[in-house]
Design a protein around this ligand. Structure first.
Ligand code: FDA
Length: 308
């Protein structure tokens, strides 16, 4: 219920203006967001490297209907990839992109613009010696996003896709994507979706995640299990033990600032752990989704609002 309210608030322009105008202390944003610019994202990657983790970096922003802004986002990613290469970090850091930030929602030619911008980022990543994963957004974009990933993979076969376990279609998508050379991130899903397309109950989503994880972990691709859920991490570890490639054939993924002790514990136990590191000025939508996932974070948020 509270999750629905927060997600509704996230979509409201008026609520957004009110919250952005609040003297929100840096502590709240800093917990989940690694600064506002490329140097701060590079610094966060260095910290993760020292902690034995890998990183995937996300320049925050989504849903642009402005072509110039989509160009700007593309440029930021290219600058980021150059920064990672200069810092010698492309062995441990890749990037995550949102097609809606690259123009997917532009009228008429949105898909072509997003594909073109994403291909430029993939080319920069390939030059730098790293990879790109294409985030998944709300269900109205799933077909378009999977189609664009398939096109990107013709020239950049290492491009990663994301599957959201809460979507009823996802087991089928996992079967299609569980092929050799395919990198697939499996997450529960973070958007408010109707019951016609998505499981609503927590237990149903967990069960769906398990079914999808079994498909991906039984296949010859490279599964990326993105979850903080203790039950799913135990299940992932069990499935991983049966894979012939050993620890290099899969990875766990978690979000920056969420369960950092568990991130280190898994890394110390020998698993590959990649941390999703968002950075940039457009932190609002991202932060609201994190709050919706865990209403206990609201206390953290309100304490920061009232502290000086
Ligand atoms: P769940 O939310 O049930 O959490 C399990 C436990 O983890 C909690 O009980 C708590 O202990 C801890 N926890 C979880 N969230 C917390 C928080 N915010 N603060 C503190 N503790 C917390 N979604 C999407 O739709 N498209 C995408 O492309 C991606 N990409 C993506 C990448 C990566 C690397 C991750 C980890 C996640 C995503 N997601 C995503 C988000 C994902 O869909 C999902 O919303 C979150 O991961 C939360 O689901 P969990 O599986 O972690 O379980």
């Amino acid at each position: 219920m509270l999750r629905q309210v927060i997600l509704k608030t996230a979509a409201s322009r008026r609520a957004r203006r009110a919250i952005e105008a609040t003297p929100l202390t840096r502590a709240v944003v800093d917990r989940f967001v690694a600064g506002e610019n490329v140097p701060s994202a590079v610094r966060a990657s260095e910290g993760l490297h020292d902690a034995g983790c890998l990183a995937t970096l996300d320049y925050l922003g989504e849903d642009t209907t402005d072509r110039a802004h989509a160009e700007h986002v593309t440029g930021q990613y290219v600058a980021l990839l150059d920064g990672l290469a200069d810092a010698g970090l492309t062995g441990m850091a890749e990037v995550s992109i949102k097609l809606s930030a690259l123009g997917q929602a532009l009228p008429r030619e949105g898909e072509a613009v997003a594909l073109d911008n994403a291909a430029r980022i993939c080319a920069a990543a390939a030059r730098a010696g790293t990879t790109v994963t294409v985030d998944m957004e709300d269900h109205t974009t799933t077909d378009s996003t999977l189609g664009i990933v398939a096109q990107l993979r013709r020239d950049f076969p290492e491009t990663g896709a994301v599957i959201q376990a809460y979507l009823r279609r996802s087991e089928g998508d996992c079967r299609d994507l569980a092929t050799a050379g395919s990198r697939v991130r499996l997450c529960k899903g973070a958007y408010r979706e109707p019951a016609s397309v998505a499981y609503q109950a927590r237990t149903e989503v967990t069960q769906a995640y398990l079914r999808c994880a079994e498909i991906l972990m039984a296949g010859p691709g490279y599964p990326m299990l993105a979850t903080h859920d203790p039950e799913l991490i135990v299940a992932g570890t069990r499935l991983a033990a049966g894979r012939p490639e050993g620890v290099t054939g899969y990875e766990f993924q978690m979000l920056y600032g969420i369960r950092p002790t568990e991130q280190r514990r898994l890394a110390e136990a020998g698993h590959q752990v990649r941390v999703y590191v968002p950075f940039g000025e457009e932190w609002y939508g991202y932060l609201m989704r994190r709050l919706a996932e865990r209403p206990a974070n609201l206390m953290f948020f309100f304490r920061a609002l009232t502290s000086r």
